[in-house]
Design a protein around this ligand. Sequence first.
Ligand SMILES: [Fe+2]
Ligand SMILES: [Fe+2]
Length: 172
Amino acid sequence: MSQINASSKTPIDVLPRHMEFPYAQMQTKDFFDNNCLKSAYMAAMSATFPAGEGEFIESVRMFRDQVQDKELKQQIKGFIGQEAHHSLQHKRFNEALRDKGYDAVRLEEVFEKDLEWSIKGRKDKERLGFTVCVEHMTAVLAYDFLTKPERMDGMDPSIKPLMLWHAVEELE
Ligand SMILES: [Fe+2]
Ligand SMILES: [Fe+2]
């Protein structure tokens, strides 16, 4: 079996950070700029994160034993830790969204089943390829969020730190 080496010598620390956010303090159902469309969009996106991030972790874990490079091994460990925390925090956010009237928890379960169905019979490399593509998309979104902070104008202060933290770690 071929070995996987770090493709870049640029040192990147991928650090999982344990965070807590005050979701229960969310003021209104329209938590994003008092706008039902923007809020529903964000709620729907959050509903896909727990299952999506679970698949990212699993698809990378399948290749972990083939990696010998110390730095890359450390980055994989950090990546798995980060995504596990994102998943947990978005689960909590989805519960808070449910309490405000969004169907986020049910949507989360539906998406989990859809994802299970769509990866059935897929090769490990295809699953890893899917993760690489989607992680690239999340990094593009995160870069946009962080370089144009006005994108988050009007977001409830109980939710904004979750989005900023997730964006920073997606870029790592
Ligand atoms: Fe994430
Ligand atoms: Fe990610």
